[in-house]
Write a protein that binds this ligand. Structure first.
Ligand SMILES: C[S@@+](CC[C@H](N)C(=O)[O-])C[C@H]1O[C@@H](n2cnc3c(N)ncnc32)[C@H](O)[C@@H]1O
Length: 226
């Protein structure tokens, strides 16, 4: 058998949030490297790796076969979490998609609003929309992480509590725990956004458009960086 794939820092960080002995659903799995590694090393008792596209799911199936994991890992061609409920997963991974799409996938799967189910999410964009969706819909954020590779990735771990929460614009965009920790990676992320917002504010001012939201977020970033 060939060596197990080496997980990137981003995938390893998500894998570390998966609980020992859980049944995993990896939605939008593509290569299925993460479930393959977790099943082969015995961290999870089983899992379902799904994808909406044929090419990725065929790749996932080939990798499951390559490492002889057919008995512990199933694969499924499906949209989001449709059809995944019957597997009763404990931990659900949705990594490498836009924040809006992740929120939409969760909105179409209200069965994830269940005590004991853990969501491990990594939005490529619009982390603020995903956090707002989670907090308005009774999911509590239990852990936040930032991973620096070619860029800085945000990883959000959430579980259903039934309580709604309100956060500031910066807390939604960057994660309250990340802001409070304010390590080197969080600082770098905020400095990056300070620049992006500066350009957006300038552009909007020139176009005579309302830039009040961007100004408010930048002021909050300035305060966190001071
Ligand atoms: C950028 S890849 C991320 C792969 C892997 N999760 C990772 O983070 O390395 C995104 C994957 O999500 C899949 N995808 C996109 N929309 C989806 C949906 N609605 N349901 C399931 N999979 C989806 C794509 O086919 C693609 O394989």
């Amino acid at each position: 058998m060939t060596n197990l794939p080496k997980l990137s820092k981003r995938l390893q960080c998500a894998a570390d949030l998966v609980r020992e002995g859980s049944f995993l659903a990896d939605v939008g799995t593509d290569h299925a490297y993460l479930p393959v590694v977790l099943a082969a090393t015995g961290k999870i008792r089983g899992g379902i790796a799904s994808d909406i596209h044929k090419g990725p799911i065929e790749r996932a199936r080939a990798h499951v076969r390559e490492w002889g994991l057919e008995k512990t890992l199933s694969t499924m061609l499906c949209d989001g979490l449709c059809g995944i409920e019957s597997y009763a997963p404990d931990d659900i991974l949705i990594l490498g998609m836009g924040g809006e799409l992740i929120a939409d996938i969760l909105a179409r799967a209200p069965w994830t609003k269940k005590e004991g189910v853990r969501l491990i999410l990594q939005p490529m964009t619009h982390a603020e929309l995903l956090r707002a969706f989670l907090l308005e819909n009774g999911y509590g954020i239990v852990k936040e992480a930032l991973v620096k590779e070619d860029k800085i990735y945000q990883i959000i771990c959430a579980e259903y509590t039934g309580r709604t929460e309100v956060r500031t614009a910066a807390e939604l965009a960057f994660g309250k725990e990340n802001l409070q920790r304010m390590d080197e990676t969080a600082r770098e992320l905020l400095l990056h956004w300070q620049q992006i917002l500066g350009r957006r504010i300038e552009g909007k001012r020139k176009a005579g458009a309302d830039a009040s939201e961007e100004i408010k977020l930048r002021e909050e970033i300035d305060t966190w960086l001071s």
